[in-house]
Design a protein around this ligand. Sequence first.
Ligand SMILES: Cc1cc2nc3c(=O)[nH]c(=O)nc-3n(C[C@H](O)[C@H](O)[C@H](O)COP(=O)(O)O)c2cc1C
Length: 174
Amino acid sequence: MRALVVYESSFGNTGLVAEAVWHGLADHVESAAIRRVDVAPTRLPPTVELLVVGGPTQAFGMSRPSTRSNARAEAGLPSSAPTTGVREWLHLLEPPGRPVWSATFDTRLHSPHVPGSAAVGAWRLLNRGGFELTAEAESFWVTGLKGPLREGELERAYTWGVSLSGLLLGAVRR
Ligand SMILES: Cc1cc2nc3c(=O)[nH]c(=O)nc-3n(C[C@H](O)[C@H](O)[C@H](O)COP(=O)(O)O)c2cc1C
């Protein structure tokens, strides 16, 4: 695979965005894959040239075990099970040791506006880990704690995925 999308989602909204981004990539890159963060590899396959990472903003940034537990309780799920989020996965992710593009996104509340973004936190960790980052972390908006996404966000996510495919074609530069 040339592109890999890794995502975390408590209520499903980030998962939908991740799929739309993946579709945008897969329509333009020979080989693109998508993995939930709990089953994503922490050593990237050698063919991966673009890594896209997304998760929900919880408590002003990337989720933590406590915020995921709160989210699971909100969703009516048992909250004690250990979970892996983007934050933990990025700490385990091995530095690529070669040029690999990366881009990050999150979902978060459009209104009321709350400061903080999981995508910015993930951007910083990837940058520190030696990845080549796209200029901006992207946010997609939900209208309530459990969603749904704002109208038009999945189309915007698809278009964003298409634009990221340009990185592999050499069409987009930081
Ligand atoms: C425990 C918790 C904390 C949250 N904190 C924030 C926050 O600080 N800022 C924000 O914009 N949204 C916050 N949200 C809303 C989430 O961003 C929203 O649930 C998420 O975008 C939904 O994505 P998902 O369906 O993939 O889990 C929070 C949600 C939960 C459950």
